[in-house]
Design a protein around this ligand. Structure first.
Ligand code: ADP
Ligand code: MG
Length: 703
């Protein structure tokens, strides 16, 4: 039945090959894609204003009769089609501006449609010059025949994001057709017997109302109804994935030998905190059991995740296996590599670094050594998954900063043969410094077990954070350096690849080092530098060859230089709370030593003000996460949704917490009654599940 929905959009009236091509750029190929292309907002165009009462500058909808029309050349490059429209209270000129390249076509068409005497509805911005009223027509609709059947005006009108060659008005017309002819084929997926759990609005009605609502209050109800189905499928996928994973068995013998663990602990020079111990225990239980580990480790910046991960790595290695550690960026991978070497040097653990910029020949060596087993720990970026690296005896994969990878990529790892010829799946430990509210964690990481480090090592002082101006900041840095400390100055870049922004930052860095800090040694670190240069900059800073390190956002995560106790963040007003929190996490890493974070930049919006005030008032990552959610509103939180972490079209992981909890419960019940979803009544659900998630998570390609 739902086969109708898989038909091409070309079945619709008005969609030829050219339009179909334009639509494909929006990801719309089928009728289903079109039905699930939801409005980004709605406009209320139900109320017509009296022409006489219109005010200059307002956006309004008016209705009237065309009195006469005319084409006027404004200048050689611009012409306008004008229609005088009256509604009994006054006259307004409807303006249709066009570039001349195609004006004659368009104008001829307008002329045949907008003939004097016809009734028309206009929507647009009103302009009044010397008592002459005109409206820049954004939308118009000729009234003919059935007056109740308005599409572009005279109703609550959906606004769709269009693109070149696919204007909103066109989308609206074909979506209208699709809704009328095909919404009846959208399947009800909630199986009989469970209807009570869901708002009983039929899905067809929800589909109609989300696109062409009768009333504003019907929109949210329709959205929730559709979100319910979307989350039900997602939760089923999560549960199935978790179940499949837990049914796997490892063929490995791992015991806690302490050959490496004990010397490592001695070398560390500090004791694990209580939560670190608890988490290591959880990880070791997983690693020594027959089920593969699939665990998320959450802990705020500076909470000491790295040493926990290293303990897991050493457990694998002391049992004769290999481990891999992946980070989202090269610089982070490098940073991990040096930190690790620092800890592991005397333990005769053989480590290697593999990133996108590792030279070919070096890479060949690494690949060979891995297969032979003469590398114990490989640290690197995504290059580890992407290149044809094969481990001889891989037991553990640690992934740092999961949110940068996205849920879907994580599952690549588990695909058979992704990293190892062995049938035994590796244990997987994912670390994230993004503190997220628990319900959210369950949604995004629903198929993982979760461990939390909720306490910083003792003696850490909260970083003193304040808003400052440049003269103060530079004086402050100078003072602290004279007291024997080091400082970061960060120029955050929106995109590390933005050449213009980077150039500005580099120039500014030069100016600072020459004009402002001539008596100090200043280093520079940014994402476009060569791997070896980045390494040198970092090591030199660590070895105190620099007093100040000027850096771009590359240092956001991972850099660990405890003697740096001041961080100055330029343009702090432009950055999200999570980025600021991560940046601030570069200081305050030494027990008993006071650290400072100075925020530069004048907040121009209320939101920017709130962000900076939040950062100043707390150093608790969870509080910051909650505030971030509050300030940004749903949907933009830490970029979870933009990163395509979850393939959601209408559900909102923040607004729909209630729905998520209900669908998770329902998914659990359904699966416990019918583990293979083999029953007829589960057919629709299963089809949707396969359509959306086959090949993702651990779901097999076919049912
Ligand atoms: P995260 O990765 O969670 O941000 P790190 O693992 O980089 O944190 O640890 C931050 C700093 O704290 C490092 O310098 C690390 O050596 C140190 N550290 C980790 N655990 C402890 C501990 N239990 N006591 C004291 N210092 C610790
Ligand atoms: Mg870290």
């Amino acid at each position: 039945m739902s086969g109708h929905l898989s038909g091409s959009v070309q079945y619709l009236k008005g969609v030829g090959p050219a339009r179909a091509n334009g639509l494909s750029k929006l990801g719309i190929l089928t009728i289903r894609d079109l039905l699930y292309y939801f409005p980004k907002r709605y406009e209320d165009r139900r109320l017509y204003k009296k022409i006489l009462e219109l005010k200059d500058g307002e956006i309004a909808t008016v209705s009237g009769k065309i009195e006469l029309t005319d084409v006027v050349a404004m200048h050689p490059k611009l012409a306008v089609f004008k229609a005088a429209v009256s509604d009994g209270s006054g006259i307004i000129f409807a303006m249709f501006y066009k570039r001349p390249s195609y004006r004659y076509d368009v104008f001829n068409k307008l002329k045949t449609v907008l003939v004097p005497g016809t009734r028309i509805i206009l929507h647009g911005r009103v302009e009044i010059f010397h008592n002459t009223r005109q409206i820049r027509t954004e939308e118009y609709e000729v009234l003919a025949g059935d007056e109740t059947d308005r599409l572009h005006t005279g109703r609550i009108v959906p606004v769709y994001p269009g693109t070149e060659g696919v204007p909103c008005r066109f989308l609206r017309s074909i979506i209208k057709q699709a809704v009328e002819r095909f919404s009846k084929y959208v399947p009800e997926i909630v199986p009989p017997g469970y209807e009570k759990t869901v708002d009983e609005t039929p899905v067809k009605y929800a589909m109609e109302q989300i696109h062409f609502p009768d009333e504003f209050d019907k929109i949210e109800r329709a959205r929730k109804r559709l979100a319910f189905d979307e989350f039900l499928i997602l939760e089923l996928a999560m549960l199935l994935s978790k179940r499949q994973h837990s049914e796997k068995r490892k063929n490995r013998d791992i015991r806690i030998l302490k050959n490496l663990l004990t010397p490592f602990r001695q070398k560390m020079g500090f004791d694990f905190t209580r939560p670190q111990k608890k988490v290591i225990n959880e990880i070791f239980m997983d690693m020594t059991s027959a089920k593969p580990m699939n665990r998320l480790l959450m802990g705020d910046v500076g909470s000491g995740k790295t040493v926990v991960a290293l303990s897991a790595v050493l457990l694998a290695i002391e049992n004769g296996y290999q481990a891999a550690m992946m980070a989202p960026t090269e610089i982070l991978a490098e940073q991990h590599y040096y930190t690790t070497k620092n800890f592991l040097n005397d333990l005769s653990v053989r480590t290697a670094l593999l990133t996108g910029s590792t030279p070919r020949s070096k890479k060949r060596d690494i690949v060979r050594s891995l297969a032979e087993g003469s590398i114990d720990l490989l640290i690197g970026t995504h290059a580890i998954i992407e290149s044809r690296v094969r481990f001889g005896k891989l037991a553990l994969v640690v992934i740092d900063e999961q949110h940068k990878f996205g849920v879907m990529q994580r599952h690549k790892l588990h695909r058979k043969g992704a990293l190892t010829e062995e049938a035994s799946p590796p244990d997987v430990l994912i670390m994230t410094a993004t503190p997220i509210p628990r319900t959210l964690a369950l949604t995004i990481y629903g198929d993982l077990d979760v461990s939390v480090i909720d306490e910083l090592p003792s003696g850490r002082l909260p970083v003193t954070t304040m808003h400052a101006d440049e003269p103060f900041a530079w004086d402050f840095i100078a003072k602290k350096i004279r007291e024997g400390r080091q400082a970061y100055i960060v120029f955050p870049l929106v995109e590390e690849s933005d050449k213009i922004e980077l150039k500005a930052a580099v120039q500014e860095a030069r100016r600072l080092s020459m004009d402002v800090f001539p008596e100090f040694r200043v280093g520079l670190l940014h994402g476009q530098m060569k791997g070896a240069d980045k390494e040198k900059a970092m090591l030199d800073f660590r070895d105190r060859k620099y007093d100040i390190l000027i850096a771009t956002t590359v240092i956001e995560i991972g850099i660990d230089i405890p003697d740096a106790t001041v961080i100055v963040i330029e343009h702090a007003d432009r950055f999200g709370l999570s980025t600021l929190h991560q940046l601030r996490g570069r200081v305050g890493r030494k027990s008993g030593v006071e650290s400072y974070c100075l925020l530069l930049g004048e907040p121009k919006t209320d939101e920017a003000k709130k962000r900076m005030n939040t950062l100043i008032s707390t150093t608790d990552g969870f509080v910051i996460a909650e505030k971030d959610l509050e300030i940004r509103g749903p949907g933009e939180f830490f970029g979870v949704q933009q990163h395509g972490a979850l393939p959601l079209k209408i559900g909102d992981i923040f607004r729909d917490i209630g729905i998520i909890n209900r669908t998770r419960k329902l998914a659990g019940e359904i699966l416990s009654n019918d583990p293979a979803l083999a029953g007829r009544k589960h057919l629709n659900m299963k089809e949707e599940l396969i359509r959306n998630y086959a090949g993702r998570f651990f779901l097999p390609q076919t049912g």
